[in-house]
Design a protein around this ligand. Sequence first.
Ligand code: ADP
Ligand code: MG
Length: 465
Amino acid sequence: MTITTALKDSGDLKKNWSDVQLKLKEAYGMDVYKSWIQNVEAKEIQHSSLTLVVKTRFVRDWIVSHYADKILDFFQKLDNSVTRIQFEIHESFYSEKNNQTNIVDFATGSQVLESKDTGYAANRLDHRLTFSNFVVGESNQLVFSAAKRVTETLGHYNPLFIYGSVGLGKTHILNAIGNEIKKTDKKIIYLSAERFMYQFVKSIKNKDTQKFKDAFRNADVLILDDVQFISGKEVTQEEFFYTFNSLIENQSQVIISCDRSPNDLDRIQDRIKSRLSGGLVIDIQPPDIALRLQILKNRCKAEETYFGKEVLINDDILSFIANEFKSSIRDMLGVLNRIIASSRIQNKIPTLQDARLILKDLLNNMQSVITIEDIQKIVVNYYNLSMADFLSSRRSRHIARPRQIAMYLSKKLTTKSLPDIGRKFTGRDHTTVIHAIKKVEELMSADKKFEYEVQDISNKILKSN
Ligand code: ADP
Ligand code: MG
């Protein structure tokens, strides 16, 4: 890369980052922006991973648990080469130069060597991911028992190979294992396969591959997350295999996660595949509705403990979320976080409708989009009108008012523009729509009964959908 392209790239990064900051400000409001987002800097993008720099560990943890999904989301819209975010903590801005990255120093000889960059946190086991807050259901029960078993008797299944698609709890269960074993004096190395490769390549560069190998050879437990990243790179595969074999021969426990089964790994050598399958291979399935609900409930409780304040998310909302987000627990929890955050900022208990609005942009990407026609039908039914009258040019109040309500709800519950909405009401002008919205808002704030009525219709629309 030439100097000019490097500069250009870093300019793009800064610009993209400030765009993302702006969007976060819009999404979460000024308070959140000032407290958490404003002082975060974007440092670099490497290996599809965006590095953000924050001042303290606390800020990092907070961002990770509350905004990381959204940050990644927004960022990917501008630069889809980025698939992950990692954080660097620079306690003091001025010591930045001395404070290189958080790469684990394998020479420290500390008991626990941890490294992780698969998700958002860097370099240590996430102490929040434990067995006790891993909710067990049918889909993950076998994995849970196997994981527990391994912590009780190291080497019982060796290697323990856990696979499943993204967002189903692999990283969680791996951390839970690590955190459990950490209570003993065993020496654990926890890192992502990607980091493994990165470390290895770096050690070749620094001509200290021996140190690298020794660090691994001395481990009692190696936990390797996202091993699919190993595939393809010949030298690293070689090294991985070597390390892997010597660990197993030493009776060290190896625990691996992957997004697919060993057999489905492509571009990985057969002998490695068979070695990987040599212990227990077990998969995590997508959660059923009961498990999804329980995970949501537990998360609300955890937030309560964390904040010392009740989280008032009603069951309607929880089951709404659980029904809409089936394939990834991560996405589902991200959504819950958004609703909790927004209710905190607005200091109100969200209604189902609020939840729906908060998630408007997400839901519009899914099949269940509310259409103006849906809204019209429900309003017409609600007031016992005929669709012909409703769409006619008649202006008598008992028809005009429901029509206005329908326009108002079309604006609230869909992403259609004012002219689009007007068109669906037999070619009315957008100013008519504006007038209708204003009118309904006025009436709602003046008349509780009317407000309740609109709310009631709105809930019917949301539920019907
Ligand atoms: P993966 O590594 O498979 O992509 P993660 O382990 O990162 O998925 O899980 C995504 C999110 O879902 C994390 O916040 C994790 O804590 C949570 N999670 C997954 N499974 C469970 C579970 N059974 N109980 C509680 N939380 C879970
Ligand atoms: Mg993971």
